[in-house]
Write a protein that binds this ligand. Structure first.
Ligand code: RIB
Length: 301
């Protein structure tokens, strides 16, 4: 297998409610369906990366409760190294997501044990190719781990949710991935007009060497360390739910970078993976394989 990826991040049990539309403030709606699914941006990204032929290691925390057991069982069924997963006496992280019939969602996360992650005793392989981080664990832990990985490790930071950047942390980031809303928040942009190129350059000025902004149905745009701009329009698919699509993008992108692809090519695989994710029913998504992602990639050349 080509390369090793360490994912440090959040693990949640997601309570997903489908209804005809999202409720308004003060409104109670009758929903259509509820499902309990593995989640957390860290966990989702690890699962997405593990579909590709790379080694995936997961570092995180879960509680000794029913949610923790569900999360553990899902990870244990995948080809993911769990030596850095701790089970402790605190509540597991969880989220509630409401998904309307148009596939658009709103969610709230209760982080629980994810906020108490301590990475001081986590062993870091000296041949680590890629590290993936997000913003659902405490930022001190994220900062701690970037100081521990080898200089040769390519560090990907998915700033979701967007939080005030720390300059020293950002300067160790190789690739920052954000959506349009997160880009605006990081840059304190208030205007409704979003200039992709301006946002990419401003984000790169914060410290990360490369930046990708995902644009939902409009695709993505990115800037490489050499200043090359790369972008793709969205792949047209019937949307069942966009929940977790950003995580498929990040996990797949990391895996193809780990396999030695250029960032602009890895981003196309990532987009193919997200497109498959959003058009596939939630309970069928685990069946998406590397070959399906490669076929979707080829179809969109
Ligand atoms: O990106 C989707 C994820 O965000 C969900 O799985 C939820 O748990 C939240 O972390």
């Amino acid at each position: 297998m080509a390369g090793k990826i360490l994912v440090v991040g959040s693990l949640h049990l997601d309570v997903i409610v489908n209804s005809s539309r999202l409720p308004q403030p003060d409104e109670t709606l009758l929903g259509d369906k509820v499902s309990y699914r593995f989640g957390g941006k860290g966990g989702n990204q690890a699962l997405a990366a593990a579909k590709i032929s790379v080694q995936v290691l997961m570092a995180g925390r879960i509680g000794k409760d029913n949610f923790g057991k569900e999360i553990y069982d899902t990870l244990a069924n995948q080809n993911i190294n769990l030596d850095r997963l701790k089970m402790v006496d605190e509540p597991s992280g969880m989220s509630v997501a409401l998904i309307g019939s148009d596939g658009i969602y709103s969610a709230v996360v209760v982080s629980g044990v994810n906020q108490t992650i301590d990475l001081s005793d986590i062993p870091v392989p000296n041949d680590l190719s890629v590290l993936i981080l997000q913003n659902e664990i405490n930022s001190d832990a994220n900062f701690e781990i970037v100081k521990k990985v080898p200089k040769s490790t390519y560090v990907i930071f998915n700033a979701a949710p967007a939080l005030t950047p720390n300059k020293d942390f950002f300067e160790r980031i190789d690739l920052l991935i954000v959506n349009q809303l997160e880009a605006k928040m990081l840059l304190n942009m208030e205007s409704d007009i979003f200039d992709d190129l301006e946002a990419l350059k401003k984000l790169q000025n914060l410290g990360p060497k490369e930046v990708i902004i995902t644009l939902g149905a409009d695709g993505y745009t990115g800037i490489s360390r050499d200043g090359e701009i790369f972008s793709k329009p969205g792949i047209k698919v019937a949307v069942l739910s966009t929940h977790g699509a950003g995580d498929s993008f990040v996990g797949t992108l990391a895996a193809f970078i780990c396999k030695g692809e250029h960032i602009s090519v890895a981003a196309q695989y990532a987009q193919a993976s997200s497109a498959l994710h959003i058009k596939t029913p939630i309970d069928q998504r685990e069946k998406i394989k590397q070959v399906d992602i490669e076929n979707m990639f080829l179809l969109n050349q």
